[in-house]
Design a protein around this ligand. Structure first.
Ligand code: FUB
Length: 383
């Protein structure tokens, strides 16, 4: 075996069967993971998602997180890290899209809830000392950060270079406000955004629907969002200011891709000099569907004029890792490029793999065994 285990994928920590398909999208197989919201925290990318429960509507219980340092293997952090149960003013199973941001050593989680104190949805905010939580309600009493209103969903948050934080949200309108330094109160009022400016070369104009994502690149502000109603594409507008005016630039990810869900929801990050586009679909994971969505990622290169290229859903996802895994160090089973059948949970000892059946497997990808290779590997397994 020496010299065969050099730089390769390795699979089968449980069933010891090797999966030869280099396919890593969707990036999370242990839970349904809609509305991905990636954030770079030092050397790690955390992707916060919803937790689809299936059925015939967006029945969503809590929010979950996975993380990666190499962009090909993802560590499932094990459990729901925040849910409507943590707020006094939220109905169960209405835990919709959300995003986390770090400020002054704290992590602020902006979430969509269904209000239990008024008609409509609302934006709530929770806070934690660590990116994986535990998070707790950041507001006292029965207060929402914004709402209730049926138009108040899908918050996205950004801190500009001058320290001013902005919060955007909404369906079918895009709202924005400035946040105070405390990140849990507004600096001024709520504004509605005019998304009608600009046309793509095709002549098409913006059809903003929901799921905004704010990003800054080379001094330009990018507002990326689900568009065209149902089924949704991902489109974008840009501006020289975080408050607009926003000019429509075109479609990033067309609707009706093979395996697409009827919704889509995106997040974009730059990490270690490379750019990554997250979205959701209903491909490949058993049971996936329009209400059981899974997160995926594509790497891309910005066009020379600052526009974003058209991207398509792939099974392969990110092909080249940020770094190779050191297989001479212990790799926990919840860190994986792909798994089949198994689930995860968490107890006082940490995260563990459960729901193990015959023929289930876990695959870790992109390991560097060095020049000498390895003679054997060991696995800790338990029934
Ligand atoms: O996940 C529930 C809703 O579906 C989100 O709020 C929308 O962005 C869409 O993805």
């Amino acid at each position: 075996m020496k010299n065969t285990l050099k730089k390769m994928l390795i699979g089968g920590a449980l069933g010891l069967s090797i999966n030869t398909v280099l396919a890593d999208n969707p990036i999370i197989q242990t839970y349904y993971s809609p509305d991905p919201a990636p954030v770079v925290i030092d050397d790690t990318v955390f992707v916060y998602t919803g937790n689809d429960r299936g059925g015939d509507f967006f029945t969503m219980d809590g929010w979950r997180v996975s993380s990666s340092t190499d962009m090909v293997n993802w560590t499932d952090r094990g459990t729901i890290i925040l849910s409507s149960r943590d707020f006094p003013n939220a109905k169960a199973n209405g835990d919709w899209a959300a995003q986390v941001i770090r400020r002054n050593g704290k992590y602020y989680y902006y979430v969509t809830v269904e209000s239990s104190i008024g008609g409509g949805r609302a934006i709530n905010v929770a806070v934690a000392d660590r990116p994986e939580g535990p998070f707790k309600n950041a507001l006292s009493g029965n207060k929402h950060l914004a709402g209730p209103s049926w138009e108040y969903i899908d918050p996205t948050v950004w801190i500009d270079d001058d320290g001013q934080a902005y919060l955007y949200w909404g369906n079918p309108k895009l709202f924005w406000t400035k946040l105070n330094e405390d990140m849990i109160s507004f600096n001024g009022g709520i504004h509605e955004t005019d998304m009608s400016r600009g046309f793509a070369p095709s002549g098409q104009s913006s059809t903003y629907t929901e799921g905004p994502w704010i990003h800054k690149h080379n001094g330009k502000y990018y507002m990326i969002y689900a568009a065209q109603g149902i089924p949704e594409s991902i489109s974008y507008s840009w501006s020289d200011s975080p408050t607009g005016p926003w000019e429509y630039k075109g479609i990033i990810m067309p609707k009706n891709e093979q395996g697409a869900a009827f919704t889509n929801h995106s997040g974009l990050i730059e990490f270690k000099g490379r750019s990554f586009f997250f979205y959701h679909n209903q491909r490949r994971v058993p049971g996936a569907g329009g209400y059981n969505r899974t997160s995926a990622v594509e790497e891309f290169t910005w066009n020379a004029d600052g526009t974003i290229p058209e991207l398509h859903m792939t099974d392969e996802g990110v092909k080249t890792p940020i770094h190779y895994v050191d297989p001479f160090k212990r790799v926990e089973a919840e860190t994986k490029a792909w798994s089949y059948g198994v689930g995860t949970d968490k107890n006082n000892n940490g995260v563990y793999i459960n729901k193990i059946h015959n023929n289930d497997y876990i695959k870790v990808r992109c390991l560097d065994f060095g020049e000498m290779g390895a003679d054997f590997f060991t696995a800790s397994v338990s029934s």
